[in-house]
Design a protein around this ligand. Structure first.
Ligand code: T1G
Length: 697
């Protein structure tokens, strides 16, 4: 039974025990209702609601969403608990979140362990607190604090909660014992029932809601739930509690039925699923990693070094000479100073963390490293030389990782006598900020090396996704097709700004032309110079970018690329000269330009991602479609509320995706638009990607 009732000295102890996070499943709600009814039917003088395990209730059971709701519904259950005639005390530890914190708010008093956290993170699932949180919270903390807490969804610690009046008592240990004593003290003091729903409606100038809606239109562009949260908090001010609850219920039902919530809930589980590696025993031993070597102190190497230092590990940063090394160490110092300036960490923490990174130009200093990450520029021969050298220096059992973006990790591993110790750890720039880590499993990578790196990813607060070896692994391989379509739309008739605006309004964090400028147009240019003409592919897909490079317009770093940039700023300006250049290059390639609408731009770029993603799944480069969604949301600014490219394909319907790709094939040619066989198969079998993926086990 997930809920137990015990009466001790006339205090009813209601204990929820539903691992792993005491989610409010139907069985828990039923058990809670029965326990509270039994307690209040008897002679108990107070009720304590507490949880076993590592945390107080962390929310409604997300796994139940989408199923027909079963009584007791949470809002009604919480109203019943709040209506109890004896004091109800909630004992909070771990993370009391969502419906769990709403349960605490419906209780009359709250006692917490000092390291407990409380919050209403529903907005991160495209939802809003649907069990009275939008009505009770503003009554306790006021409108502004409630809007901040609910629209951001970020938990706060017990001390901050106490300052806001959300927690009454804080203890350092023995929470259940303390809650029992606290309940007895309340009874002895004749403390009354304290119902937040009976507090007066909070007051607020209506202007705050308009201001918030305007802010959210920027901060949460295109998202439904944040706007609905403002409506509900406004209802807490303007309506009775009962009417406010009705407003909340309607808004909640709208959110939970939205594709945005489906996308965000998909991402919640996809991120956790990505950490599970098929065929890898869960008890695979991990190698000890305390000392890390990083080779290359450029932008990537410096960021990578910071990740490990931030996680408390000693880092040796190696460069070929002191000048390059010092440049890297200066970058790291600047990054930490920036973190202090933004209030992310204290000056002392920044210094302590930074001092974990020591520089060297001597490979011998890497001999005791448990993990060595190579992060030099993209040249296979250079990487192979480095690994050959490491083979003679690194201690037995050291993990040898390459940060390559697309080189063949098998060829790098083959340069050593220990290919089983070699793996790809592909960080994304800026490496100390981007959450995604592609963990590239080469043919001979040992299971314990893979298991160690998956756990290490979480230790350095990254989201790991396993990728097989191919050119560009998962993300960059798909990005090539996305970039190709962007460039073709450009030469065929669209402007850089039209393309970026279409993609940003659709939800991408940054349009492709701005991304190209940020990454540097010279990167692709140099790669192409190394290829024979016939190897470079369709010139329509790169001539404009190359012409810009030949004019010295390398992107942001040179102050101009597809756009012009004020020195040291990311603000961009449309440059008519670029449009003239595009027209000239189109004429030189005999391309007749035409009007290309936003819908075509979005479908060509996104369906190009989907089609290549299908091939990546088919080839086993990605373990499952949802892994690709994690790559794109965490590594490429794909809107989480659309659930990633593969979930989006299911949202649109694979039949519709295939039909649109076939239309592009007719109009734009089979070379770029041959449907992936898996896509055709799933449409034939009338299966969604999610259904097919579930069948794969
Ligand atoms: N429902 C179902 N399963 C959940 C869950 C939940 N709410 N939260 C976590 N899990 C599973 C998770 O899938 C994983 O499963 C395991 O628990 C450990 O999670 C009415 C409508 C609590 C901070 O949004 O933020 O209440 O992979 O790996 O890193 O207004 O889980 O092991 O099979 O994340 O220690 C609101 C979501 C819900 C909180 C713990 N609540 N959870 O983090 O472990 S909506 C949330 C978290 C709601 C009400 C509304 C985190 C955590 P598996 P984990 P963790």
């Amino acid at each position: 039974m997930p809920v137990q009732l015990e009466i001790v000295d006339n205090i009813a102890l209601v204990t929820i025990d539903n691992p792993p996070v005491n989610a409010l499943s139907h069985a828990v709600r039923l058990g809670l209702q029965n326990a509270v009814r039994e307690a209040t039917a008897g002679a108990c003088e107070a009720i304590v609601i507490q949880c076993a395990g590592r945390t107080f209730v962390a929310g409604a059971d997300i796994k139940e969403f989408g199923q027909p709701p079963k009584d007791p519904w949470l809002p009604g259950l919480l109203e019943e608990i709040e209506a109890a005639k004896v004091p109800v005390v909630a004992a909070l530890h771990g993370t009391a979140l969502g419906g769990g914190f709403e349960l605490a708010l419906a209780s009359h008093y709250r006692i917490a362990l000092e390291d407990a956290q409380v919050g209403l993170p529903e907005v991160k699932l495209g939802l809003l607190p649907g069990a009275g949180g939008t009505q009770r919270l503003p009554r306790i903390v006021g409108v502004k604090a409630a809007l901040d807490l609910i629209t951001r969804g970020t938990p706060i610690d017990a001390k901050s909660a106490q300052v806001l009046g959300l927690v009454d008592e804080i203890v350092t240990s023995d929470l259940h014992e303390a809650a029992f004593e606290y309940a007895k003290k309340l009874v002895a003091a004749g403390a009354g029932i304290r119902r937040s729903s009976e507090l007066p409606a909070p007051e607020a100038d209506s202007a705050i809601f308009a201001e918030y809606r305007k802010q959210l239109a920027q901060r949460a562009r295109g998202q439904l739930a944040p706007q609905k949260i403002v409506d509900c908090v406004e209802a807490a001010v303007t309506l009775s509690f009962a009417d406010g609850m009705e407003t909340e219920r309607k808004a909640f039902m709208e959110c939970i039925a939205s594709s945005q919530s489906a996308g965000l809930r998909h991402m919640f589980f996809a991120e956790r699923e990505a950490g599970k590696v098929r065929g890898l025993a869960s008890d695979t031993p991990h190698r000890e990693v305390q000392k890390v070597g990083v080779i290359g102190a450029g932008t990537m190497g410096s960021g990578i070094a910071m990740n490990f230092a931030n996680a408390g590990m000693a880092v040796r940063l190696l460069e070929v000479n002191n000048e390059a090394l010092q440049k890297g160490l200066d970058t790291i110092a600047r990054n930490y100073a920036g973190g202090v300036k933004r209030g992310k960490m204290s000056e002392q923490d920044a210094n302590t963390t930074r001092e974990r990174i020591t520089g060297t130009t001597d490979y011998a200093d890497l001999a005791d490293a448990d993990l060595i990450v190579e992060a030099v520029y993209e040249n296979l021969e250079l990487k192979q030389d480095i690994f050959r050298r490491l083979d003679g220096i690194a201690k037995p059992g050291a993990i040898l990782a390459t940060n390559t973006s697309y080189q063949d990790v098998n060829k790098i591993a083959a340069a050593t006598g220990r290919p089983e110790d070699v793996i790809g750890l592909h960080f994304f720039s800026p490496a100390h900020i981007m959450k995604l880590l592609e963990v590239v499993r080469a043919d001979k990578t040992a299971d314990d090396v893979l298991a160690t790196c998956m756990a290490l990813a979480r230790r350095i607060r990254k989201v790991p996704v396993v990728a097989g070896v191919c050119y560009g692994f998962i993300g960059n391989r798909m990005l090539q097709h996305y970039g190709r379509e962007a460039q073709l739309c450009l030469i065929e008739g669209a402007t850089p700004d039209a393309i970026d605006t279409a993609m940003q309004q659709w939800g991408m964090a940054m349009g492709p032309m701005r991304v190209f400028d940020l990454a540097g147009l010279d990167v692709g240019y140099k790669a192409r110079q190394g290829l024979a003409l016939e190897e470079r592919g369709d010139p329509k897909a790169y001539r404009v970018a190359d012409a810009l490079v030949e004019m010295g317009r390398l992107g942001q770093k040179s102050g101009a690329g597809f756009y012009t940039y004020d020195a040291g700023s990311r603000d961009y300006t449309v440059d008519p000269l670029v449009e003239e250049l595009i027209v000239k290059e189109a004429a030189a390639l005999n391309v007749e330009r035409r009007e290309i609408g936003a819908d075509e731009i979005v479908d060509r770029l996104i369906y190009a991602l989907i089609n290549e993603g299908m091939r990546i799944v088919e080839e086993g480069i990605a373990q499952r479609p949802s892994d690709i969604d994690v790559v794109y949301v965490y590594g490429y600014g794909f809107p989480a509320y659309r659930g990633g490219p593969m979930h989006y394909a299911d949202t649109v319907g694979l039949k519709n995706v295939l039909a649109r790709i076939c239309e592009f094939r007719e109009r734009l040619g089979a070379e770029n638009w041959s449907p992936a066989p898996l896509l055709e198969k799933l449409v034939r079998d009338d299966l969604s990607l999610a259904q097919w993926s579930a069948q794969q086990g």
